[in-house]
Design a protein around this ligand. Structure first.
Ligand code: FAD
Ligand code: SF4
Length: 454
């Protein structure tokens, strides 16, 4: 089909979604993805640009034009093979990648091609083939089984290395498993993709806290190299009065209880969670929106307080829209001053804010409006103002770290210690899944080349 004909038939394919009234009563996925017919139609809209600008926006460097063409030709196995060359977690990325900020942002088709939905379709409708790989005899330990660790491990295994991933929790996947809720990212999809990585030969040892059971120094005695991918799972707090009251949670704890420990299925699962009547969530990122939507599904009335305006919210637009449809209330330009209560939370005192000049991040700085204090009654507060790296690893081996306790690496992901590499959120602070995957893959190539050179 010629480009002109494509422009004339340029009807964007929309995926089906659960309606909001229904979905606030369950944890099932909100979006259903494309049918085969929809995927092929959407792929056929792609202009197959000579210079595919979409590919410049993908941190993992996926050959987007090529995989879309395979879908248009109904060669689904080849589409998936093309994606897997750069991304071992396509079903995950097809759901959670902020495509609108990356590949889709530079797509020249109008409306833009839904690249992420095509990736999700390929992940679910094609076979992942595992070939026999010639072994190198080298052994690498990976610490952490989030997207960075899994990507690094799978790439190293594909290059013939023996890889053992050490994971602190009882389930692999990092934030994909304990942080992002089921209704955005099905845990079955996460496990399917992890099982593929295991079939490549990556072994995952769960309940293995490196830094407590043994240190990186000990791993270095058993392995030729170590890749640290421990993420940024340590929550920040507000440092205000009342933060220690009962029923004040970090979003991290609240989400872990529900996603990892399945507290929303209590008593079928043993971890309990409060059924709050009125929840206040503090923050404006994906984590805050996820926590708000989980609280809503647990039956609570939910207000999300953010100190800037909607335009500055770092959460994905799509997720904010979904939260609005689900009845989450947004209170912009407000900041908490103290949490009120005796033992349990009874309310929160806030102050109105206004926007001043841009700060170091380029966003306009929120400034308090004098005398504008006000109170909100609530029986649960969830703090979601960001998270940083856990310092545990650094306690067992003296690695150079930055101001925010992030591990410092050079352009080759090399830390200050020989044969110890790091990538993902542990080097950047909280970022994105695809950035972590990209770090893992790039680091794997560097480690493999270095070990081959000896
Ligand atoms: P992680 O995913 O954090 O994995 C680190 C792993 O290391 C964990 O499993 C941890 O248990 C393990 N570990 C830590 N310390 C040790 C130790 N000492 N020994 C052994 N194991 C250890 N990004 C997006 O792109 N889109 C989104 O929609 C999105 N939503 C998000 C929602 C939430 C609630 C959160 C918290 C983050 C979200 N992100 C999103 C960010 C994204 O998930 C992260 O950037 C990404 O997971 C980072 O990957 P990672 O592998 O570096 O770390
Ligand atoms: Fe297709 Fe858009 Fe990429 Fe062009 S920029 S190749 S239209 S996805």
């Amino acid at each position: 089909m010629h480009a002109f004909e494509k422009i004339m038939k340029n009807e964007e394919q929309r995926q089906k979604e659960q309606n909001p009234e229904e979905r606030i009563h369950n944890f099932d996925e909100v979006s259903f993805g494309y049918t085969k017919e929809q995927a092929v139609k959407e792929a056929k809209r792609c202009l197959q640009c000579q210079l595919p600008l979409c590919e410049k926006g993908c941190p993992a460097g996926i050959s987007i034009k090529k995989f879309i063409n395979h879908i248009a030709c109904e060669e689904f196995d080849l589409a998936l093979k093309t994606i897997l060359e750069k991304n071992s977690l396509p079903g995950v990325c097809g759901r959670v990648c902020p495509a609108e900020e990356q590949c889709k942002k530079s797509c020249i088709s109008r409306p833009k091609i839904n690249i992420e939905l095509l990736e999700r379709f390929a992940a679910e409708n094609a076979k992942k083939i595992v070939k026999n790989i010639k072994k190198t005899g080298k052994r690498i330990a990976v610490v952490g089984s989030g997207p960075a660790g899994l990507a690094c491990g799978s790439e190293l295994a594909l290059m013939g290395n023996e890889v053992v991933v050490y994971e602190a929790l009882h389930k692999p996947g990092g934030v994909l498993t304990y942080g992002i809720p089921e209704f955005r990212l099905s845990k079955k999809i996460v496990m399917d993709e992890i099982n593929y990585i295991k079939r490549l030969g990556v072994s995952i040892k769960l309940n293995s806290v490196v830094g407590k059971l043994f240190g990186v120094d000990e791993l270095l005695k058993k392995y030729d190299a170590v890749f640290i991918a421990t993420g940024a799972g340590l929550p920040y707090f507000l440092g205000i009065d009342g933060e220690n009251l009962s029923n004040v949670y970090s979003a991290n704890e609240f989400l872990t209880r529900n996603n990892l420990m399945k507290a929303y299925k209590f008593p079928e699962y043993t971890t309990p969670v409060k059924k709050a009547k009125k929840t206040v969530v503090i923050g404006g990122g994906n984590v805050a929106v996820d926590a708000a939507r989980v609280a809503k599904r647990l039956g609570s009335d939910v207000t999300l307080i953010y100190r800037r305006s909607r335009a500055e919210m770092p959460a994905r637009d799509k997720e904010i829209k979904h939260a609005e449809e689900e009845g989450i209330k947004f209170m912009f330009l407000a900041n908490p001053l103290k949490i009120i209560g005796k033992d349990d939370v009874e309310g929160i005192e806030c102050i109105r804010m206004r926007l001043g000049k841009p700060d170091y991040s380029g966003r306009r700085m929120p400034l308090p409006v004098k005398g504008s204090e006000f109170k909100i009654a609530c029986d649960q507060v969830i703090v979601a103002i960001g998270q940083g790296p856990n310092p545990l690893i650094g306690k067992t081996i003296s690695l150079n770290t930055g101001k925010k306790r992030n591990i410092v690496v050079d352009t080759n992901y090399q830390t200050s210690i020989k044969n110890v590499f790091a990538g993902g959120d542990i080097i950047t602070g909280s970022a994105t899944v695809i950035k972590a995957i990209s770090d893992g893959k790039k680091a794997a190539k560097i480690i493999d080349e270095k070990l081959k050179r000896g």
